[in-house]
Design a protein around this ligand. Sequence first.
Ligand code: ADP
Length: 444
Amino acid sequence: KSTAVSKGDDSVNNTEEDEEEDVVDLAATSLLNKLIRQSLVESSHLVEVLQKDPSSPLYSVKTFEELRLKEELLKGIYAMGFNRPSKIQEMALPMMLAHPPQNLIAQSQSGTGKTAAFVLAMLSRVNALELFPQCLCLAPTYELALQTGRVVERMGKFCVDVQVMYAIRGNRIPRGTDITKQIIIGTPGTVLDWCFKRKLIDLAKIRVFVLDEADVMIDTQGFSDQSIRIQRALPSECQMLLFSATFEDSVWQFAERIIPDPNVIKLRKEELTLNNIRQYYVLCENRKEKYQALCNIYGGITIGQAIIFCQTRRNAKWLTVEMMQDGHQVSLLSGELTVDQRASIIQRFRDGKEKVLITTNVCARGIDVKQVTIVVNFDLPVNQAEEPDYETYLHRIGRTGRFGKKGLAFNMIEVDKLPLLMKIQDHFNSSIKQLDPEDMDEIE
Ligand code: ADP
């Protein structure tokens, strides 16, 4: 059975938790993105570069050969199916591999090739014959550390003597152990412990220091300070690299504190637009009527693939059960599932094994399911103050102008929520047409 809940499943009982909206957990979203990612995210923007020394020539590469990598590393890259550097890699790799090493702060949205870039830098700087930690990578969670480690293992497949070790909670190392692995990936707390308390890692010997997912990192209590304490103990010739998917002021301030004399590379995110989306609304008296309206358009929406958004977990569960009882095939993606479970549901949806996905806000951020042509707001996104949540509306429905397909959006609106919808319409300066759910022919 493919669906997350089935008829009469006990787990569908409501609990207090269900009233909660799913909060956006940055680390979980990031992990989910990695688990479901299959290819590079495209971008139509130009890479912006700010050099530490503006007078030095700026190199960019169009091929991996130009980087003069070790043979076994180049083999590893090609074995991963990479043909040429990604947009951000074209600029970042020559800087990261330069002699003498240069420090770098790089920002670009998830999926643009940052991890592959710094893994390449670590693997190219490591000396396989020296049996002690030489590269140190900090990650915000255990799971994210493991994902990066997997990339090291794949790309370093032919670098046979290079090994990875995880400095993460639960990885117990007996007292007096000599760490002989060259690449350490871990969370700040455990790394700090291994360096200062347990003296397992000699920071003076680290050549490459990577701080990954800086935006997620500073979101976790204590991680900024711990990272800075680690960074302070590194030798001055150590190469320091920082990566982030977003770049709010707080991330930038942290980046500047922790990375001395950096080059800076930024790739702006593709903006979302509603231009290619036909938006409709159906006016209803209550939830039951909203449900009826949804059933009326169900036949129409399953021509393509659809995502239905609810505001709370409870509503999402209720809707899932109702639809299943009426014989519709739907699956439920909600925040109480583990990231692995979520990834597998999204994967099934991507593979076309599921046509309709019911979800709360967890799915709206960052996760793009390209083939989705229809989005239904079973509940309008609102914030704490019961005002429209414009950003979430855009994330649910918007597409990137250049790479996105055309789409359809339906809003199921209770009469008293109509003013909110009108605000959304005004805010985006786009028209949302009323639809009679009995008459799908109205949809052009
Ligand atoms: P980020 O760290 O920015 O999220 P990743 O390095 O994880 O991005 O890359 C995103 C996806 O694209 C991964 O599946 C990765 O294997 C792939 N990828 C990275 N660089 C390239 C490349 N040069 N060519 C093809 N695929 C790539």
